[in-house]
Design a protein around this ligand. Structure first.
Ligand code: PGA
Length: 260
């Protein structure tokens, strides 16, 4: 695992956008797993500027949702499909048809989860998966005590996650209780994981995920199992890391030929 500590969210955006742009230039039909929430927005901003300036085309890419709320009316602005349309598809000039996610309106949600797993597999898997991290250590919507072997399935959000996400809704009671999320094991099959965190509110979760024991109590700790996981955090989110100085010096001394 590589941990990169950047000064702030803007630098995080530039660094991670450069990694994605590099991937897309090497592989124009790359499959990207996108995360919602506030943390990845600077990444989409920088990629959007590259696309607008004609320095990058993402037209051949496909975009996979990490998770989705169940029970929101179709087209609700906070459904993750709508968020990804707004924040990713429009800015990156992608065709809407390139966004793939679980069908949360299916009458049989269990079958919809299995269908989504098959869709990811048939597409050749995900090249790069962006991940946020919940203050409770979730990745995707794999809440604490999610099996580390879990696949895409229906989950119930914790009160803490619902409270954290209430800022996006007019009424906190409107935050759905249920979601479909890629499972921990599904996420681990992506070829490159890039976990992002900013702010002191994430410091404990980041420290537990990076330096704590592998535990379903902190689902993000599962990234320790991945052969190519990059954690990009700002100084505040790095505040709980015992090895912060080591991570800084490693990154400073990184050979120029070695990319993230
Ligand atoms: P955030 O959400 O980026 O809005 O902090 C991250 C998450 O809950 O996974």
């Amino acid at each position: 695992m590589e941990v990169v500590i950047v000064p702030d969210g803007a630098e995080l955006g530039k660094l991670v956008a450069a990694v994605i742009a590099g991937l897309v230039r090497r592989r124009p039909d790359a499959t990207l797993g996108v995360a919602t929430g506030s943390t990845p927005l600077p990444v989409y901003d920088v990629l959007g500027s590259m696309v607008a300036a004609g320095r990058l085309s993402m037209h051949g890419c496909r975009v996979f949702l990490l998770d989705e709320y169940i029970g929101l009316p179709a087209g609700h602005p906070q459904s993750y499909r709508a968020v990804v349309e707004r924040e990713v598809v429009r800015r990156l000039d992608l065709p809407s048809s390139s966004v793939l996610g679980p069908d949360v309106s299916a009458p049989d949600l269990i079958a919809a989860c299995a269908d989504y797993e098959r869709l990811i597999q048939r597409s050749g898997g995900i090249d790069l998966q962006l991940l946020g991290i919940g203050a409770d250590g979730h990745i995707g919507f794999n809440e604490p005590c999610s099996s580390l072997g879990s696949r895409t399935r229906v989950k119930t959000l914790t009160p803490r996650t619902r409270a954290d996400n209430a800022r996006f809704f007019d009424d906190p009671a409107d935050v759905p209780q249920h979601v479909i999320t890629q499972g921990v094991a599904t996420i681990l099959e992506a070829r490159h994981l890039v976990l992002l965190a900013v702010g002191a509110g994430k410091a404990d979760a980041v420290a537990n995920a990076v330096e704590g024991p592998l535990s379903s109590f902190v689902p993000a700790s599962a990234i320790q199992l991945h052969p190519h996981a990059t954690v990009v955090v700002d100084e505040a989110a790095a505040g709980g890391l015992q090895l912060a100085d080591y991570f800084r010096s490693t990154y400073t001394a990184k050979p120029s030929w070695q990319s993230l």
